[in-house]
Design a protein around this ligand. Structure first.
Ligand SMILES: [Zn+2]
Length: 246
């Protein structure tokens, strides 16, 4: 065990409350492509704003729908990796373990975490763009070329993800701020280029006296702030921290 892994394990052992913030790297290790990486083939020619904004959805609901249903199909083929499973183990070990994620897939849920804060929403959930009513989808609705219509108001049903130009759900942001303010240690995993307001979370943790641990293959803006940094894949490093992998 190298010295930095030992140092992180020691921080975790001495922490009563632990929280974690995950980003795209954790999902990428399960084969879920990032938004940009998913823009291949016929999708490559579209501006991201056309595929992921309220204006893009209003202009061409079918295009946006087909893009998200293609991505959802990719998510459903993926399975949680050892990093996801280690984070589920941490929830069992630390009561109140909060998992804050920038990812829109449901791999943390499938790994077994229950206390999950989705900062950017969820690709497997749906609501009406006009009235907000939640909507459960039938298989045939997902493969249809156009989004389903809301039974309440007739508006278009959309994936419950945060689009360009939209603000993060306030309840999620508040829950995330509360979690990082209350923890003794914050793991920041698989994300180097943190975008505001998620970028604030490690700072808030630090100011509240928490220790910040960065786990990422590449250095990023967070590296200077972190108390300890582990360079590598989360699927290899997180199980090592628990002593349940190699
Ligand atoms: Zn509606």
């Amino acid at each position: 065990m190298d010295t930095s892994i030992h140092a992180v394990a020691e921080i975790l052992r001495s922490s009563a409350v632990v929280a974690c913030l995950t980003g795209a790297g954790v999902s990428a290790e399960s084969g879920v492509p990032t938004f940009r990486d998913a823009q291949t083939g016929l999708w490559a020619r579209y501006d991201p704003q056309r595929l992921a904004s309220p204006q893009g959805f209003a202009a061409d609901p079918g295009l946006v729908w087909r893009w998200y249903m293609a991505r959802l199909a990719g998510v459903e083929k993926a399975t949680p990796n050892p990093g996801h499973l280690a984070l589920a183990e941490m929830e069992r070990h630390w009561p109140g373990f909060a998992l804050i994620t920038q990812n829109v897939d449901d791999l943390h849920e499938r790994a077994g975490n229950t206390n999950i804060i989705h900062l950017h929403g969820s690709i497997a959930r749906f609501h009406c763009q006009r009235c907000g009513t939640l909507h459960n989808l039938q298989a045939a609705e997902r493969t249809a070329p156009q989004p389903p219509r809301c039974a309440t108001c007739g508006g278009n049903v959309r994936p419950s993800v945060v689009w360009f130009g939209e603000t993060l759900p306030q309840s999620s942001l508040t829950a995330a701020v509360n979690a990082v303010s209350a923890c003794d240690a914050l793991l920041v995993v698989g994300t180097s280029g943190l975008v505001y307001p998620a970028a604030e979370l490690p700072l808030i943790a630090k100011r509240a006296g928490s220790r910040v641990i960065e786990i990422n293959p590449e250095p990023g803006p967070l590296s200077a702030l972190a108390d300890v940094t582990l360079r590598g894949r989360s699927g290899a490093l997180l199980p090592q921290l628990l002593g349940i992998g190699d």
